[in-house]
Write a protein that binds this ligand. Sequence first.
Ligand code: SAH
Length: 251
Amino acid sequence: MDNPLDSLCIVMIQTSHPGNIGSAARAMKTMGVNDLRLIQPNKFNSPETSALASGADDILVAAQHFDTLSAAVADCQTVIGTSARSERTVSWPQLAARQCGEFVAEHLPSRKIALVFGRERSGLSNEELEHCHYLAHIPMAKEFFSLNIAAAVQLFCYECRMATQAKPESSSLQPGDRDDIPATSEVMEGFYQHLETTLTDVRYLDPENPRLLMRRMRRLFGRSAPTQNEVSMLRGMLAAFQGRKFQRRSS
Ligand code: SAH
């Protein structure tokens, strides 16, 4: 693959200002990042979008539209949420923007990685955070910590580009053999649903009072980044607990 950044996608959730989508497209194109995914933007085809894209219209035209985050990142193996805040109830593994670039460079192109950007007003919801393996943050001045979303997209794409270029050619990982393929978000979502049902069946999880159990499970399994085969093994195990057989999907 010529450009490892082709395996990186930018996801924007319910962006309010159409101009921000145009500015983000421009920011992406200057850094060689081309895959834009939009989830229910407030307005998309506005003259402001195109004006602020300033020549990066091809990214807007090719942008894919989705209804939910899980659909937008279904084919990705790693999902990195970006947040203006750094503290949360169940803390996610955190990456500073520079570390995020290094992480991305280390894993491209053998993994598909999504960088997710939240709403201008409220950022990412807790439910959306559950789809993320990491949270990345641009440290800001204490006196004024309001960063425009397109500026954040620019900065993350810049860090990813710099780190990717700094990586020696020979160390660039190519997709491994079938046994090594990291599970995609879609496969992991199937596993989490199966896990939740099984834990409910065996009365370990009380649906009336689930507390943070599934969130903690997501964190645990997300951290271990299992391969497709390992997820099949785990699902086989869950099926056995339920006295059923798990039918692997042939892919
Ligand atoms: N009040 C919101 C701010 C959202 S800004 C909040 O507290 O979350 C809109 C989006 O821009 C954020 O969801 C994030 O994706 C990105 N962003 C803004 N500032 C950032 C920062 N310092 N680090 C990482 N991402 C940031």
